[in-house]
Ligand binder design. Structure first.
Ligand code: DGJ
Length: 729
């Protein structure tokens, strides 16, 4: 619900449990007055204190009043150069060379339904579940206007923001920095949580109290990256899973980003989130508009758990465009860790047959099927089947798979090219690289210039031709290197600073085309595992391969971190061989299943050589996954006990929305002597119901399970158990 009070020029945005408020003050400055638990309303600018602060300048209109300073006031959209020395939302270079932007309120519009962004991912919502507020700010001297867009999803407690900047002058204006989100907090006693890591160890949670100055996490790799995620949390110091005030902020963007938190001199804090300013310079010609990507916010008065569950619900229902929205996704078997690139059709079919017997439904042919690709030095860009490996082409293989009752899925890496390829030989100028420089390779490959429509058109047609005749139900869109030597002949020298963003827009453009052309195909995103696991990609690829690390124990950490923002159903998760290919750790097959079942479940191993006992375990896992599919897909996710705490098993639960069913998973860590007894306190159940706990065979009242807990039996190293809870009628 959006309420405008014209007397006080006050905008109040209510969701079910939160309130967000801003006010255009007497000078037209848009002040941020409140974002927190839902309150009845009124003008919350009464919370703002005005004081004469040394070295904090005042705008011309305030005359001799030294208590009015943009450097001190909480703002909705901060401008560089106009007296606020904190993190700016916008930095503009004007035709006269000045860097001053001073934007003031001039009007607004309130609409039913959610705004959409041209060419960019965004949460969607109809008139029944979302409203839009568009506030216009103008700098009359610079002749630049800014439209601040707010989407209010009442039932999801979700508020989205986006920004459109328009040059209304006669000369060019250059955008040097644009944050999609600026959020001011009157208090400083906050922790900042970021999700950081590396390839094969993505999204580990890091939490630290804000300290004076700016703390930031971001990426300048041209992708949202394995190293940092465009999702951060600010929360009260003592906030935990089920208590304390938390604000989660995500950017729906897959390229360079910056999340920055600043603890100000007077105990205030500011969070900005947007495109990273590194090598960003966007020229706006007269009449042109730039749209900054969408940011999404959840404020949760009751802790990190409720915050995550709100994001999960909103993403599942208002972001993912999943062809399997209303029916179960097939259990997949991927060829990568089984064969890497060493296969032929016979080998693939024998693997598929073995998988089929165990219950797998979709066979995914990973890297190595095209050109002369037997290793990673060659053939990216040549999207036609390798005739030696696949004599009947993709259509032939697909036909045979379909005949055995298996659906067919395929790996592609559209953004890349190998120097040893027909494509590169024909178009050496289609890669990113400034003239006269030797190529910087990463995984022996180069990056195609996706800013150019002709490059995207070629890739689209090549992939379309490859799929022709094959009934492909799934595509894995991979991306295996960061961007370097970011230069394109298609842009003049003074516009090269647009390239990083234009690259992302190019990727989105092609993904959207795929989505429209093949609405029935499920596209799984991937970037060397989870190097581009962000809400922007999720709009086009409703599941993303979480990590190249398939070790069940490392995966617990990766999935744990990922779950703070993104729902389990979006995390590609596979059972792989033991000892694990990446880290050599041995884990029981049951545990590998338990870990993978907390995501979009599948297998990625040579299942042909399994023993009869192992085959029985796999069949049971697939059966259980199918049985629990709705719980995992639509249930509420509870992090019960984080992985990695010495002597404490990791535990989590999926609980059905009506709280009558739950799947609880527990995984023990490394072995140790004299382990204490552990009791697991469940969450999310109905205290008034009695549950039958399959696996221990007893009846347990919900209130007992939540208040007193369930006694975890003695477990061996890396062993796991799964409890199925069903409410008694
Ligand atoms: C990286 C992906 O994350 C892997 O799953 C696999 O598809 C390889 N690329 C193939 O090159």
């Amino acid at each position: 619900m959006i309420i405008y009070d014209w007397r006080d020029r006050l905008f109040t945005l209510h969701t079910e449990n939160t309130t967000y408020q801003m006010k255009a003050d007497e000078y037209g400055v848009l002040l941020h007055t409140y974002y927190g638990p839902r309150v009845s309303g009124g003008d919350l600018s009464r919370l703002i204190r005005y004081a004469d602060r040394g070295f904090s300048p005042s705008p011309a209109e305030s005359g001799r009043d030294r208590t009015y300073s943009l450097d001190v006031l909480p703002q909705e959209f901060s401008c560089a150069g106009a007296g606020d020395f904190r993190l700016p939302s916008i930095e503009l270079e004007l035709p006269d060379g000045s860097h001053t932007a001073d934007l003031r309120y001039t009007g607004h519009e309130i609409r039913r339904g959610k705004y959409a962004l041209d060419g960019l991912p965004a949460f969607f919502g109809g008139e029944e579940d979302a409203d839009t507020l568009a506030v216009t700010l103008e700098d009359r001297t610079a002749r630049v206007s800014v439209e601040l867009l707010y989407g209010v999803f009442e039932k999801y407690d979700l508020i989205t923001r986006a920004v459109r900047v328009t040059n209304r002058g006669e000369g060019p204006a250059v955008l040097c920095r644009i944050a999609s989100l600026c959020l001011d907090f009157p208090c400083a006693d906050l922790d900042l949580i970021t999700f950081d890591g590396a390839h094969a160890m993505e999204r580990r949670l890091h939490r630290a109290p804000l300290r004076p100055g700016v703390q930031s996490a971001g990426s300048v790799r041209g992708m949202s990256s394995h190293q940092h995620n465009p999702f951060v949390v600010l929360c009260e110091r003592d906030a935990g899973e089920e208590h304390g005030l938390c604000w989660g902020a995500m950017l729906l963007y897959s390229g360079n980003f910056e999340a920055a938190a600043e603890l100000g001199q007077f105990g205030d804090a500011r969070l900005t989130l947007g495109i990273h300013p590194f090598h960003f310079r966007w020229t706006l010609g007269p009449g042109e508009t730039f749209t900054a990507p969408e940011a999404a916010l959840v404020c949760a008065p009751g802790g990190l758990g409720p915050m995550s569950r709100q994001f999960h619900r909103a993403i599942r229902e208002r972001l993912l465009r999943d062809p399997y929205q209303d029916r179960p996704k097939p259990v997949l078997l991927n060829s990568w860790e089984a064969f890497y690139m060493g296969f032929d059709e016979e080998k693939l079919l024998s693997l598929a047959r073995a998988g089929k017997e165990l219950g797998a439904e979709l066979f995914v042919l990973d890297d190595g099927w095209f050109g002369r690709r037997d290793d990673d030095t060659t053939s990216l860009g040549d999207w036609s089947a390798n005739a030696k490996k696949l004599p009947g082409g993709l259509a032939g293989l697909c036909g045979k798979l379909n005949a055995m009752g298996m659906e067919f899925g395929l790996w592609i890496e559209p953004e890349m090219v190998s120097e040893d390829s027909e494509l590169y030989r024909a178009h050496p100028d289609w890669v990113l690289c400034p003239p006269g420089r030797p190529h910087i390779r990463s995984r022996q490959q180069l990056v195609l210039d996706f800013t150019r429509p002709e490059v995207r058109e070629h890739v689209f047609q090549a992939i379309r031709a490859a799929l022709d005749g094959a009934d492909v139900r799934y595509l894995k869109w991979d991306m295996n290197r960061g961007l370097t030597q970011v230069w394109s002949p298609a842009l003049p020298p003074d516009r090269q600073g647009e390239l990083y963003h234009r690259y992302v827009l190019g990727v989105y453009d092609l993904l959207e085309r795929f989505h429209r052309e093949w609405p029935r195909i499920l596209i799984e995103g991937c970037a060397g595992g989870g190097g581009r696991f962000d809400a922007g990609m999720l709009y086009y690829t409703p599941q993303i391969w979480c990590s190249d690390n398939t070790d069940a124990i490392d995966r617990l950490h990766i999935q744990y971190g990922t779950s703070f923002a993104y729902p389990p159903c979006a995390m590609g998760a596979h059972v792989s061989a033991s000892p694990n290919e990446q880290n050599g750790r041995s884990t029981p097959l049951e545990t590998r299943g338990t870990a993978a079942m907390s995501g979009a479940f599948g297998y990625e191993m040579d299942v042909r050589g399994l023993s009869p006992e192992e085959r029985a375990v796999v069949s049971r896992q697939i059966e259980l996954y199918r049985d629990c599919y709705d719980l995992i897909r639509r249930g509420d996710y509870y992090r019960l006990s984080p992985p990695g705490e010495e002597g404490v098993p990791a535990a989590w639960a999926h609980v059905s929305p009506d709280r009558r069913e739950a799947l609880v998973s527990v995984v023990a860590g490394p072995t140790g002597a004299a382990r204490p007894f552990r009791t697991l306190r469940l969450r999310g159940l109905d205290p008034a119901l009695v549950y039958r706990v399959e696996g221990d065979g007893r009846l347990w009242p919900g209130d007992v399970l939540m208040a007193a807990g369930w006694p975890i039996p003695r477990m061996g190293e890396y062993e796991s158990l799964r409890l199925r809870l069903r409410a008694e009628p």
